[in-house]
Design a protein around this ligand. Structure first.
Ligand SMILES: Nc1ncnc2c1ncn2[C@@H]1O[C@H](COP(=O)(O)OP(=O)(O)OP(=O)(O)O)[C@@H](O)[C@H]1O
Ligand SMILES: [Mg+2]
Length: 261
C-alpha cells in the first residue's frame, strides 16, 4: 500500500520560541490535506520543513515509508512541487516559458539550453513546450500563453504559478496560502480545481494545502490538521473539525485578539 508523505514528531525552535512541537501528520496519495490555524500557529514553518527550507531539531519525515531529508533543489526529483505565498513568477519570461521552467527537470538537455535554442535540445524543447501548453489548457488559461505575467490579473497569475508547479508532474503538491489576495468567485474556482487534482486521470497528485481561509479549506480538503501555538490540537474531516471545541476556541481567541483595540 502507498503511504504518501508522513511527518513524525517534528519540532522546530527559533531561539527561545517553539514554532512546531511534536507535529505528526500524513498526506496519503489520493487526498487533499489542509493545515489550518491562527496567525503564528506554525503553518508556514511546517511548509518550510517539508520543502527543506527549515531543518527540524526533532522528528523525521518519510515518503512512502522511506526516510526523507528534504532539500529545496531535490524536491522535483522526489515528485514534490510547491507554490509559495505570492506567485513568484519570472517577470521577464512569458506565461508559457514560466510554466516550462516547472517541467525543466524532465528534459534531458535542461531548460537553459532549451531556452537559448541549442540545436541538440530542439526535440526536448518542443516536448516541454507542448506539455506546458497542455497544463495551461487544463487550467483554462492557454489563451494567455504568450502574455507577460505582469499584464495579467492576479487570479490568472495565481493560476500560472499553479500551472508551473503542475508542469513537473508532481505526485504531491504543496500550496501555501493559495487563496491570499483572491476574491470570492476566484476562491470558488480555485477550490474546484484543487479538489480535482487527486481524482483526475492524467497525473493525479495529492495536495497539502496550508491556508488561513476557512471556506477554501472546508470546501476542498478530505482531512484537516489544526495547529495552534505549534501543536496539533485537532485532526479529522472538515465536519469533525467544524464541531471541535478546541478549534473554535483557538479561532475565536484569535478573533477576539484581532478585534481588541
Ligand atoms: N525564521 C524565523 N525566525 C524566528 N521566528 C520565526 C521564524 N519563522 C517563524 N517564526 C515564528 O514562529 C512562529 C510560527 O510562525 P509561522 O510563520 O510558521 O506561522 P503561520 O501559522 O504561518 O502564521 P501566519 O498565519 O501569520 O502566516 C511565529 O511565532 C513566528 O514569529
Ligand atoms: Mg504563514
Amino acid at each position: 500500500m502507498e503511504r504518501g508523505l508522513e511527518l513524525h514528531g517534528i519540532g522546530v525552535r527559533f531561539g527561545g520560541l517553539t514554532a512546531l512541537d511534536d507535529v505528526s501528520l500524513r498526506v496519503p496519495p489520493d487526498r487533499v490535506v489542509g493545515v489550518i490555524g491562527p496567525n503564528g500557529a506554525g503553518k508556514t514553518t511546517l511548509f518550510n520543513v517539508i520543502c527543506g527550507f527549515v531543518s527540524p531539531q526533532t522528528g523525521s519525515l518519510t515518503l512512502d515509508g522511506r526516510p526523507l531529508r528534504p532539500r529545496p533543489h531535490r524536491l522535483s526529483r522526489l515528485g514534490i512541487a510547491r507554490t509559495l505565498q505570492g506567485t513568484g513568477l519570472f517577470a521577464g519570461l512569458s506565461v508559457l516559458e514560466n510554466v516550462m521552467t516547472g517541467a525543466s527537470h524532465t528534459a534531458r538537455a535542461g531548460f537553459a539550453s532549451a531556452l537559448f535554442g541549442l540545436p541538440r535540445s530542439d526535440r526536448d524543447e518542443r516536448r516541454l513546450r507542448q506539455h506546458a501548453l497542455d497544463v495551461l489548457d487544463d487550467l483554462g488559461i492557454a489563451g494567455h500563453a504568450d502574455a507577460a505575467p505582469g499584464t495579467l490579473p492576479f487570479a490568472v497569475r495565481q493560476r500560472v504559478a499553479l500551472a508551473r508547479a503542475l508542469a513537473a508532474r508532481p505526485r504531491l503538491l504543496l500550496l501555501d496560502e493559495p487563496a491570499g489576495g483572491l476574491g470570492a468567485d476566484d476562491i470558488a474556482e480555485l477550490a474546484e480545481l484543487v479538489r480535482q487534482l487527486p481524482r483526475r486521470d492524467a497525473d493525479p497528485c495529492a495536495v497539502l494545502l496550508v491556508e488561513h481561509h476557512m471556506d477554501l479549506v472546508m470546501a476542498v480538503c478530505d482531512e484537516l490538521v489544526v495547529l495552534d501555538f505549534g501543536r496539533v490540537i485537532a485532526a479529522g474531516t472538515p465536519d469533525e473539525i467544524r464541531d471541535d471545541a478546541a478549534v473554535t476556541d483557538a479561532y475565536l481567541g484569535a478573533l477576539v485578539e484581532e478585534s481588541a483595540p
